[in-house]
Write a protein that binds this ligand. Structure first.
Ligand code: AMP
Ligand code: MG
Length: 304
């Protein structure tokens, strides 16, 4: 896909008329609506309950999702088939967001719409001792999606400039060096045919309050609750700053960020599904031609 010059530096645009800066990956109105221009990112100015494009109500979203799921599943199968025929392309959906922002929900309700055989899902946790002995991208490289797959990272290498920044887990100089390293890494992926789609699920602190309380109010949700999340929640402003910086520094032409309003679950799911659909449509995967003669094979099958 041809590159395109970035837009003028201005404020983030979710909920407003968006300039087209992220058009190489999702080249349509959905990508536009959730893209951010170059320049400073002020997350406080972006509404987590905005509906800048698409459905305004839950019922409407449910109807749209039915349609999207059919086309999404069809295109994903084509991407998989293309790779069986020697194609080298894949998708990498990166999901980031505060605790309870809906990363698991997107995996269930959006990624769950397509054939799991074509999905490569990885959840990144606190690095192990072994992982910490290597460069931060070591464990990421090992999990890149094979050709034809939709890779999904539930958390990612961005944790290495998020939780790591907030808790000062590496010296400042090393942290600063990570942003360009991430950009180089992702540009390399893009050049190899991996379409990188990065979604920040943007929720309000109030939504997090509700969701944490809901987890404590229902014994079937206790397993989702982590008492440690409360300590992280106290660091909300530091996390928002770390996110703003990561979004700004790593919003590149080849691997753009999308800010997805996350306070309404139905909108968040629609948004990520619609974005993925836009990406797949732009990729336009193709079924491979047969490397045999179908008519001759028909006869052979019938005769056998
Ligand atoms: P969860 O996604 O709720 O299962 O939690 C995973 C935890 O792993 C979160 O607290 C993340 O901040 C943490 N984590 C993931 N990647 C890293 C990393 N590179 N360094 C430190 N902590 C991490
Ligand atoms: Mg958690």
């Amino acid at each position: 896909m041809a590159g395109r010059a970035g837009g003028k530096p201005s404020m983030p645009t979710v909920g407003k008329t968006a300039p087209a800066v992220n058009r190489t990956v999702a080249d349509g109105r959905v990508g536009d609506a959730f893209s951010l221009p170059t320049g400073p990112v002020d997350l406080a100015a972006i509404k987590p309950n905005a509906t800048p494009v698409g459905p305004k109500r839950k019922k409407q979203a449910a109807k749209l999702m039915e349609k999207i799921s059919v086309e999404l599943a069809g295109l994903q199968e084509k991407l998989y088939a293309e790779a069986m025929g020697g194609g080298r392309r894949s998708i990498l959906l990166v999901l980031q967001g505060m605790d309870t922002s809906g990363k698991d929900g997107v995996v269930e309700h959006v990624v769950g719409l397509v054939n799991p055989a074509g999905v490569h899902l990885v959840s990144f946790k606190k690095p192990t001792k072994e992982e910490l002995q290597h460069d931060f991208l070591w464990r990421i490289e090992k999990q890149l999606p094979p050709s034809g797959r939709v890779g999904v990272f539930n958390r990612s290498h961005y944790e290495d400039v998020l939780v790591v920044k907030v808790h000062k887990l590496v010296p400042q100089r090393e942290l600063t060096a990570r942003y360009p390293k991430i950009n180089d890494f992702e540009a390399r992926l893009a050049a190899q045919g991996v379409v990188v789609v990065k979604c920040f699920l943007h929720i309000s602190k109030e939504a997090q309050t509700e969701r944490l309380l809901a987890r404590l109010d229902d014994k079937t949700k206790f397993w989702k609750y982590n008492p440690g999340d409360v300590a992280e929640r106290a660091l909300w402003p530091a996390y928002q700053d770390a996110y703003a910086l990561a979004l700004q520094r790593c919003n590149t032409e080849s691997a753009p960020w999308f800010i997805v309003p996350g306070d309404r679950k139905w909108y968040r799911n629609w948004a990520v599904a619609a974005l993925l659909l836009e990406v797949l449509r732009a990729m336009d995967p193709q079924y491979p031609a047969a490397d045999f003669d179908p008519a001759a094979e028909q006869k052979r099958v019938a005769a056998s």
